[in-house]
Write a protein of this length. Structure first.
Lengths: 741, 710
C-alpha cells in the first residue's frame, strides 16, 4: 500500500497521507493490501486511451491514484455486517405461524402464480412473481387460501417465501455499508450506517414477512449502490467495470419499478444524477462532441432502453404464466379475456349477430371500462330524478344482463330479426325489468352530461327509453357483430350518446362507475361499447374468434388499470390514516398481527433512537451544508477540510436528494398511505446519518446494540399483557402513547 | 413622453369600454358568491369562506362601502335583477380599475426586463385586447385584483433590482417595500398569489446569493441581506396577519357560519352563542346542568343527546342490542341535550353551596335531564361500528346486565392535574371506569330508527388525541330544583348569571385560518368546471350571463389568436433557451453575456410565472374553472413580445428578413384585433346576436354557447 503510494508519485499525495492516518481505525490491513494489489494491476494495463490524453498533467494522475488507492473493500467488516444482518433477519422467522398483515395479499398472489390463475393488483408483477418463485422452489404448492390475517398456516410451507424476503432484506445493511464506504471512503461511517440498519426494529419486522417492501428496497439499494460505483468509474469510461455498473444500475432500476411504482422516485434520482454527470461532461471541452455522444448513447442504452426492455419482459412473463381465468378478469377488455383458459370468452361460441330478443352484456371500450349495470337501488334525493341507478361495474354479475327489445312491441316472432345500424331498440334490465332511460336532468358527477336511469315496470316505459344503435364505421343496414363491433347508443329524444365517465360514484352508488348520456358526440372509447355475452336460443351458436390483442395493447391496458386502481385506494371517511409527517418522528407504528393480549403480537415500529437520530442528523446536515456554502461564497478558505467538505456536499447531497425524492411526493398523494411507505426514504436518511455523524462512532455503536436488545420483542413477537399495563415486560418501552404494542 | 402618452391612451380606451355594461342591472355567475360576503361585511356579520383569505372580500366590500351599500340583497339566483339599493357601479369599480391598470403594468414589466418601448407597447396591446381579462375585470370578481398585485410585485421588484448599483438610494428600498407589500396583498386576495410570491422569493434569493458572494461588501452585505429578508418575508407575513386582524375587527356579529367555530370563538362574537353563554358559571360542579358539545365538527357540530326511544332489539343485519335507551349526538340545540353531572356517592342533583367543582380525574355520573337515565356503556357492539361499545341511557330490564355508569373526567388541555373543569374552555374526555372505553363520536349516522342522528360509541382501543373523543361544556347552569317536574321546567328556561371571556387575536387567527384550510365543502363537478389540460387550448368556456329575454350573453372566452401566439412564444422560448444553454456549455457564445442574462431573467419572470401559476393545478383536487388560468395566461402573454424582440434583433440578421418579420408582426396584431372584435359581443354582452351569428362564433365544439329557444 504505502509502496504503491511512493511508486505512483514521488511527492506524497495528500490522499495517501489520509489513508495512512486512518490506519488505526482499520482492522483489516491485510485484506486491504491483498485486494488492492490484486485489483489495481490489471486496471492499469487496460486503462483506456481517452483518459491517457488527460493523464499527462500531474493533478489528474494524482487523482486517479487516489481513487485507485481507496478502491478497496474492507472485507472483514463487510462480512460481519452481512452475517449480523442475516442473523437478525432470520431469528425466529417462522414465528408467528399465521398470516400477518399484507401477507394475505402478497402470499395469495404468490399462490396465484403457482396456480397460474389471472388476478389484478395495483402493483407491477415482479415482486409477487419472485415470491411465487421462492414458494415454488421451496415446495409450497399454492393451496393455502390466505383469506385473512391470523389464519394458521398449519402444514403449508410458508417459510420459503418468508426466507426469500429475509435474504433480500438482509442485503440492505451490506449494500448501505458499501454505498457509504464509496461516498466517504471511511469505514467507521459505513459501519455506523450498517449498524443503524441492522439494529432497526422496523427493518427487521418488514424483512421477515411475505411483503413487497424487502424486495423493493433491495432493488432500490442495488440501484443506488451501482450508481455510486458507476460514478466512481468516471475516470475510466468505457472500461468493463464502467459498463458493468452502468448495466447493473439499469437492471436494478427495472427491478425496483417492477415491484412497485415507488421505484419511479428511484429512477428520478438516478436520472438527476446522470443528467448532472452529462452536464459535467458537456462542459469538459477536452471531450469532443463525438465522445460526448458516445457517453450519452451509452447511458441512454443502459439507463433507459435496458430497463424498459427488462420491465416489458417482466410483464411478458407475467402474462405468459397467468393463462387461466381468475378473479381479475372483469377489469380487462373482452379481447384480453379471450386469452384466458376457463374464461367464457375463451374459444367462445355464441350467435354471431345481434338480434331482437337477445340477452347481452355491454362492456365499455374505455380501457378498464365496466359492464353496463343496474340494480335495485335508486339515485338518492337531490341527485337528478329519483329513479333506479345505472352504473358501470367491473365485475361479472347477473345485474349486467340486458334484454334487447323492439321499440314498440314485446312479441318476438319465431324468426328472430337481426338488428342493423340505425335501428331503434329498447334495453330492458333483466333482473329488475326496468328500461334504460335518459332525460334532461344533470348526471350525478359529470354535470355537463345527462342522467341515465332505469325506468318503467315490466318493460313498459316511455319514449325516453328509445336508443338508436350505431356501429362505428358502419353504414345503414350493417348487422351488429357480437364482440367485434364497436357500438354507440344514441338517445332518441335528446340526441345524446351513452357514456361512461370513469368517475367513481360515492357510497350511495356502491362506488361503482358513473354512466351518463353525453351531449358531445365526439368519438371516444368512453362512448363506445361492445357486446360481450350474447344469448339467443333461437340463433345458432358459432365459434367466434376474437381478435387477439397485441402485447403492447395488453401492456398499456394493464398499466392504465393499475394506475386507476392505485388512485382508487382512497382513505375511508372514519378511518384514522397515517400522514406523511407522522413517519420521520416515528409517531405511530403498524399492527402486523394480533390486537389483544391473548394473541401473538407483532408491531412494526422503528427503533426510536435510530429514527430520532436520523431526524437530528438531517437537520445537522442542512445546517452544515448551508454554513459551508455561505463560507465558500464569501471566499473563506476551508483549508484542510476540503475533502470532508466534498464528501459532505457531494455524497451527502446525493443521499439528501434521495431522501427528498422518496419522501416528499407522498405529501401530494391522494391515496391511502401507510407507515411502511417511509422505509425507502429512511434508507437514505440512515446513510446520510452515517456520513454526517462520523464523530459519534464509538458512543453510538454500543448504545444502539443495547436499545436493539430492549426493543427486539417488537419484531420477533411478544406475549403477555400489553405495554400500557404496568406489569408488562414492555411497559417501560412505551415511550409514546400512540404506540400500541 | 410620446410613449407615455400612448400608454395613457391605452389606459383610457380600456376604461372607456367599461361603462357600457356597468349600467346593466344584472349580475352573473360568481358575483353571487362574492356578493353574499360583501353583504355580510356591510352588516358586520361573521362568516368563514374557505376559498381565500379575507383581503379580497374586503376590497370588494370597500366598493360597497363607497357606494353606501346597506347589504340588503338576497344573492341567490344568477341573472336576478339588482334592486336600486345595490351600488353596482362602485361594486364593480375596483376590479375594473385593477383590470385596466394591468395593461400599463404589463408595459412597465417588459420595459423593466430591459426591452424596448415598442415591444412594451406590443405587450400592453395584447393584454388590452385579451377578451378573457376584460370579462373577468368587468364583474365583481377577484382575479383582476390578483393579477394587478402580482404584476405590481414583479415590476417593483425588478425596479429594485435595477437600482442595484447605488446602495443608499431611498427609492430603491421604496420599490422593494412596494414589492413586499403587493406580494402580501396578492396572497391576501387569493391563496394562488402564493405561487408567484414563491417565484419572486426564489429570484430574490438568487440575487441575494450574488450579494453574499460580492466580496467588496462587508458589513453592508449583512444589512442588505437582513433588510431583504425583513421586507420580503417578515413584512408580508405581518401584513397577512393584519388582514385577519381587520377582518375580525370588522366582523363582530354572530352569523350563519358560527357553528363551524369552537364554543370559545363563538362566545367572542356579539349575539349568537355569547347571548346564551353570557353569565354562565365558569366552573362545572356536581349538580351542574350542562350541554356537551363534541369537539369534532365533522360532519356537523353536535351535542350529546338522548331521547325516549330504545335501540331496536335486532338490527337489520341480525345482530342484537341491549334494547336500552338511545344515546346519540344531535346537530341542533334541543332540550334533550341537557345532562346533569352527579356525584356517584350522593343522591343530590343540585349544586351544594358552596359548589363542589369537578376536577380532572374525578368520577362522575351523567344523568339525562329529561328522561333521568344514566349515561352507560357496556360490552355490547355498537349499532353502526361493531368494534366499539354501545352507549345507552341505562334501563334495568332485570336481565343480569348491571349498570356501568361511572365515568372519569380527563381534561386534555389541563395545566395541572387538579385542574377544574371549566365551561367552554376545558376539553374533556369521558373515560368509562369499568371498561376504560372513551366516549366518542363514531362519525357514522344511525338509520331511521335513530332518527338519522349521529352515533356515539365507547371506543376501547382509543389512542392518542382524537377530536371525536373530546367534548366541552357549552351551555351550563347550576341546578337548583330537586323535583323532576321542576327540573324539566328549569331545563327549558334560558340560562343566566355573569362571566365574560376573551380570546386573544392570535388564538382566533389560528383557529380561523385552520378552519379555512381544512373545511372542505362537498365539492362536485360544476356545469362549467374544467380540467387544467383544457385551458392551454381553451377547450372550455364559462357562460356568465344570458339576457332574460333575448340572445345577448356574456362568456368567459379568450382571444384565440393571443392564446395560440402565447403558446407558440413559450415553445420558441424554451427552444431558444435550450439551444443557447447547450451551446454556451461548449463555450460557443451566440449572443453577448448581457443579452443572455436579460433573456434568462425574462424567461424566469414570464415562463416561470406561467409555470408556477399553472402546473400546481394538476395536483389540486378542488373544482377548477377557466378563470384560474388567467394569472398564468397574463405572464404567458408577456412572453410574446419578449420572444419577438429577441428574434428580431438576434436571430434574424438581414434587412429583408427584418422587413418580412415586421410584416408578420403586423399581421399577427391585426388578427388579434379582429379576433377581439369578433368576440366582443360575447365579452360586453352587446350587441345582441342572432342564432346563426352565435353558431358561427362557436369555434370549438366543446364551447357551451347558449341558444334561446324561440
Amino acid at each position: 500500500m504505502e509502496g504503491r503510494c511512493g511508486e505512483g508519485s514521488h511527492t506524497q499525495s495528500p490522499s495517501c497521507a489520509a489513508v495512512r492516518s486512518r490506519k488505526p481505525c482499520m482492522d483489516t490491513g491485510k485484506h486491504r493490501e491483498k485486494a488492492s494489489s490484486k485489483k489495481t494491476e490489471p486496471r492499469r494495463a487496460t486503462r483506456p486511451s481517452s483518459s491517457d490524453t488527460r493523464g499527462l498533467n500531474g493533478t489528474s494522475t494524482e487523482k486517479r491514484l487516489r481513487y485507485s488507492d481507496c478502491d478497496y473493500t474492507p472485507l472483514c467488516p463487510l462480512l460481519s455486517v452481512a452475517a449480523l444482518s442475516l442473523c437478525t433477519r432470520f431469528y425466529r422467522i417462522t414465528e408467528p405461524p399465521h398470516v400477518c398483515w399484507d401477507e394475505t395479499h402478497f402470499g395469495k398472489m404468490g399462490s396465484y402464480y403457482i396456480n397460474r390463475t389471472f388476478f389484478f393488483d395495483v402493483h407491477p408483477p415482479l415482486g409477487k412473481m419472485l415470491i411465487g418463485l421462492a414458494g415454488y422452489l421451496t415446495g409450497y404448492d399454492g393451496t393455502f387460501p390466505f383469506i385473512k390475517p391470523g389464519d394458521k398456516y398449519e402444514h403449508h410451507n410458508y417459510w420459503g417465501m418468508r426466507g426469500f424476503c429475509a435474504v433480500l432484506g438482509s442485503c440492505l445493511p451490506p449494500f448501505a455499508f458499501l454505498v457509504v464506504l464509496e461516498l466517504s471512503h471511511s469505514t467507521p461511517a459505513a459501519l455506523i450506517t450498517a449498524s443503524l440498519l441492522i439494529f432497526d426494529t422496523g427493518y427487521i419486522t418488514l424483512s421477515q414477512y411475505i411483503l413487497l417492501d424487502p424486495i423493493l428496497m433491495f432493488f432500490i439499494m442495488g440501484a443506488v449502490l451501482s450508481m455510486v460505483k458507476f460514478n466512481h468509474q468516471r475516470l475510466r469510461p468505457f472500461s468493463w467495470s464502467w459498463w458493468l455498473w452502468l448495466l447493473l444500475t439499469g437492471v436494478n432500476l427495472s427491478g425496483s419499478l417492477g415491484v412497485k411504482f415507488v421505484g419511479l422516485f428511484n429512477i428520478l434520482l438516478v436520472g438527476i444524477n446522470t443528467a448532472w454527470d452529462l452536464w459535467r461532461l458537456l462542459g469538459d471541452l477536452h471531450l469532443s462532441l463525438v465522445d460526448f455522444m458516445k457517453h450519452l448513447i451509452a447511458r441512454m442504452f443502459g439507463l433507459i432502453m435496458l430497463p424498459l426492455f427488462l420491465y416489458t419482459t417482466i410483464f411478458a412473463v407475467h402474462f405468459v404464466i397467468l393463462n387461466r381465468s381468475g378473479p381479475g378478469d372483469g377489469f380487462f377488455s373482452s379481447a384480453f379475456q379471450s386469452r384466458l383458459i376457463g374464461n367464457n370468452l375463451h374459444n367462445a361460441t355464441m350467435p354471431e349477430y345481434l338480434a331482437y330478443g337477445s340477452i347481452i352484456t355491454l362492456k365499455n371500450l374505455r380501457i378498464a371500462g365496466g359492464y353496463l349495470h343496474s340494480h335495485w337501488h335508486l339515485y338518492p334525493e337531490g341527485v337528478g330524478a329519483h329513479q333506479q341507478q345505472v352504473t358501470a361495474y367491473l365485475h361479472k354479475d347477473y345485474n349486467n344482463l340486458w334484454l334487447v327489445k323492439r321499440p314498440n312491441s314485446d312479441d318476438f316472432t319465431w324468426n328472430p330479426e337481426l338488428i342493423r345500424h340505425g335501428d331503434i331498440i329498447r334495453l330492458e334490465h333483466k333482473e329488475t325489468t326496468r328500461n334504460l332511460h335518459s332525460h334532461l336532468h344533470e348526471a350525478p358527477l359529470t354535470k355537463k352530461h345527462l342522467q341515465v336511469t332505469g325506468y318503467g315496470i315490466n318493460g313498459t316505459g316511455d319514449p325516453n327509453d328509445l336508443w338508436q344503435v350505431e356501429v362505428c364505421g358502419g353504414k345503414k343496414g350493417d348487422p351488429v357483430k357480437v364482440l367485434r363491433s364497436k357500438v354507440r347508443l344514441l338517445h332518441r329524444s335528446t340526441g345524446c350518446v351513452l357514456y361512461s365517465s370513469g368517475k367513481t360514484l360515492p357510497k350511495w352508488g356502491w362506488e361503482q362507475v358513473e354512466v351518463t348520456c353525453s351531449p358531445y358526440l365526439k368519438e371516444t372509447p368512453n362512448s363506445q361499447w361492445n357486446i360481450e355475452d350474447h344469448v339467443n336460443p333461437k340463433l345458432p351458436n358459432i365459434s367466434l374468434h376474437v381478435l387477439k390483442p397485441s402485447f403492447l395493447e395488453i401492456l398499456l391496458e394493464s398499466h392504465i388499470v393499475m394506475i386507476r386502481g392505485n388512485s382508487g385506494l382512497k382513505p375511508k371517511d372514519n378511518e384514522i390514516n397515517s400522514k406523511p409527517w407522522h413517519w420521520p418522528i416515528n409517531y405511530q407504528g403498524l399492527r402486523f398481527s394480533g390486537v389483544n393480549e391473548t394473541e401473538y403480537r407483532v408491531y412494526l415500529l422503528g427503533n426510536p433512537v435510530i429514527w430520532w437520530l436520523n431526524l437530528f442528523s438531517l437537520g445537522l446536515f442542512v445546517v452544515m451544508v448551508s454554513l459551508c456554502c455561505v463560507a465558500l461564497q464569501r471566499g473563506a478558505k476551508l483549508g484542510g477540510t476540503k475533502k470532508g467538505k466534498q464528501v459532505l456536499m457531494e455524497g451527502g447531497g446525493l443521499l439528501f436528494l434521495g431522501w427528498l425524492l422518496h419522501y416528499l411526493p407522498f405529501y401530494t398523494m391522494g391515496r391511502i398511505l401507510y407507515y411502511h411507505h417511509y422505509f425507502p426514504a429512511m434508507l437514505f436518511s440512515s446513510m446520510l446519518t452515517g456520513i454526517t455523524t462520523l464523530d459519534l462512532v464509538g458512543m453510538l455503536s454500543t448504545k444502539l446494540g443495547s436499545f436493539f436488545y430492549l426493543f427486539h420483542p417488537l419484531s420477533y413477537g411478544m406475549n403477555g399483557p400489553l405495554a400500557h399495563d404496568p406489569t408488562s415486560s414492555m411497559a417501560g418501552l412505551r415511550w409514546l402513547d400512540s404506540w400500541e404494542f | 413622453i410620446k410613449l407615455f402618452l400612448s400608454k395613457e391612451a391605452v389606459l383610457s380606451t380600456h376604461l372607456y369600454e367599461y361603462p357600457a355594461l356597468m349600467l346593466s342591472l344584472l349580475h352573473s355567475f360568481d358575483e353571487v358568491y362574492y356578493g353574499q360576503f360583501v353583504s355580510l361585511y356591510m352588516k358586520r356579520v361573521f362568516f368563514i369562506d374557505e376559498s381565500g383569505p379575507p383581503l379580497g372580500h374586503m376590497i370588494l366590500a370597500l366598493g360597497g362601502y363607497l357606494g353606501d351599500f346597506d347589504g340588503n340583497f338576497v344573492w341567490n339566483r344568477i341573472g336576478a335583477e339588482y334592486t336600486s339599493n345595490v351600488p353596482v357601479w362602485t361594486l364593480r369599480l375596483i376590479p375594473a380599475l385593477c383590470g385596466s391598470l394591468c395593461v400599463p403594468l404589463g408595459y412597465l414589466l417588459v420595459v423593466e426586463l430591459g426591452y424596448s418601448h415598442f415591444t412594451a407597447l406590443g405587450a400592453s396591446l395584447l393584454l388590452l385586447m385579451e377578451n378573457s381579462l376584460i370579462v373577468q375585470s368587468r364583474f365583481m370578481l377577484l382575479d383582476s385584483v390578483l393579477i394587478f398585485f402580482l404584476l405590481l410585485a414583479v415590476v417593483s421588484y425588478l425596479r429594485f433590482h435595477k437600482h442595484l448599483c447605488c446602495f443608499s438610494s431611498l427609492w430603491k428600498w421604496l420599490w422593494l417595500f412596494l414589492s413586499g407589500t403587493s406580494c402580501a396583498f396578492a396572497v391576501g386576495v387569493k391563496y394562488m398569489g402564493l405561487f408567484t410570491y414563491l417565484l419572486l422569493l426564489g429570484l430574490a434569493a438568487v440575487h441575494t446569493w450574488h450579494v453574499i458572494g460580492d466580496k467588496t461588501l462587508c458589513n453592508v452585505m449583512l444589512v442588505q441581506v437582513v433588510v431583504r429578508f425583513l421586507v420580503l418575508v417578515v413584512m408580508p407575513a405581518l401584513l397577512y396577519l393584519g388582514f385577519f386582524y381587520v377582518h375580525l375587527i370588522l366582523l363582530y356579529r354572530s352569523g350563519p357560519h358560527d357553528q363551524m367555530m369552537s364554543s370559545a370563538f363563538q362566545a367572542s362574537l356579539e349575539g349568537g352563542l355569547s347571548r346564551i353563554t353570557q353569565g354562565q358559571p365558569l366552573e362545572v360542579a356536581f349538580g351542574s346542568q350542562v350541554t356537551l358539545r363534541s369537539a369534532s365538527s365533522k360532519p356537523l357540530p353536535c351535542w350529546l343527546h338522548s331521547h325516549k326511544a330504545n335501540y331496536p332489539i335486532r338490527y337489520e343485519n341480525g345482530r342484537g342490542s341491549s334494547h336500552q335507551q338511545q344515546v346519540t349526538c344531535y346537530p341542533f340545540k334541543d332540550v334533550n341535550n341537557w345532562w346533569i353531572i352527579k356525584d356517584p356517592s350522593r343522591q343530590s342533583l343540585v349544586v351544594s353551596s358552596p359548589p363542589r367543582p369537578v376536577r380532572h380525574g374525578d368520577i362522575i355520573q351523567l344523568l339525562h335531564g329529561m328522561t333521568s337515565r344514566f349515561l352507560n356503556t357496556h360490552d355490547v357492539a355498537a349499532p353502526m361500528s361493531p368494534h366499539s361499545q354501545e352507549v345507552t341511557g341505562y334501563i334495568d330490564f332485570n336481565v343480569s346486565m348491571p349498570a356501568q355508569n361511572l365515568w372519569r373526567v380527563d381534561i386534555t388541555n389541563r395545566e395541572s392535574d387538579r385542574d377544574v373543569w371549566k365551561t367552554i374552555l376545558s376539553e374533556v374526555q369521558l373515560i368509562h371506569v369499568n371498561t376504560s372505553a372513551v366516549l366518542k363520536l363514531s362519525g357514522a349516522s344511525l338509520p331511521d330508527w335513530g332518527f338519522r342522528q349521529l352515533e356515539v360509541v365507547g371506543d376501547k382501543i382509543y389512542k392518542g388525541y382524537q377530536q371525536s373523543g373530546v367534548w366541552n361544556v357549552e351551555e351550563h347552569r347550576y341546578g337548583k330544583s330537586h323535583e323532576q317536574k321542576e327540573r324539566e321546567l328549569e331545563l327549558k328556561s334560558p340560562t343566566h348569571d355573569d362571566i365574560s371571556r376573551n380570546l386573544t387575536f392570535m388564538a382566533k387567527f389560528i383557529e380561523l385560518q385552520w378552519k379555512m384550510l381544512t373545511v372542505r365543502n362537498e365539492e362536485s363537478e360544476h356545469k362549467y368546471s374544467s380540467l387544467p389540460l383544457e385551458w392551454i387550448t381553451m377547450d372550455t368556456n364559462i357562460a356568465y350571463w344570458l339576457h332574460p329575454s333575448n340572445n345577448a350573453q356574456i362568456h368567459l372566452i379568450g382571444n384565440s389568436v393571443t392564446w395560440t401566439l402565447a403558446n407558440l412564444a413559450l415553445f420558441i422560448y424554451v427552444l431558444l433557451f435550450l439551444t443557447y444553454l447547450l451551446r454556451r456549455r461548449r463555450k460557443i457564445e451566440d449572443i453577448p453575456e448581457a443579452c443572455w442574462e436579460q433573456l434568462v431573467l425574462a424567461g424566469v419572470v414570464c415562463s416561470g410565472g406561467w409555470v408556477v401559476n399553472y402546473l400546481p393545478f394538476f395536483l389540486m383536487e378542488k373544482t377548477l374553472f377557466l378563470y384560474h388560468y388567467l394569472p398564468a395566461l397574463t405572464f404567458q402573454i408577456l412572453q410574446i413580445p419578449v420572444v419577438v424582440e429577441h428574434l428580431y434583433t438576434h436571430v434574424l440578421r438581414s434587412p429583408s428578413q427584418h422587413k418580412a418579420f415586421g410584416g408578420v408582426i403586423l399581421a399577427a396584431l391585426c388578427s388579434v384585433y379582429f379576433c377581439y372584435r369578433i368576440f366582443s359581443p360575447l365579452t360586453y354582452g352587446q350587441p345582441e346576436l342572432t342564432s346563426e351569428e352565435l353558431a358561427a362564433l362557436r369555434w370549438r365544439d366543446s364551447w357551451d354557447i347558449l341558444f334561446r329557444k324561440r
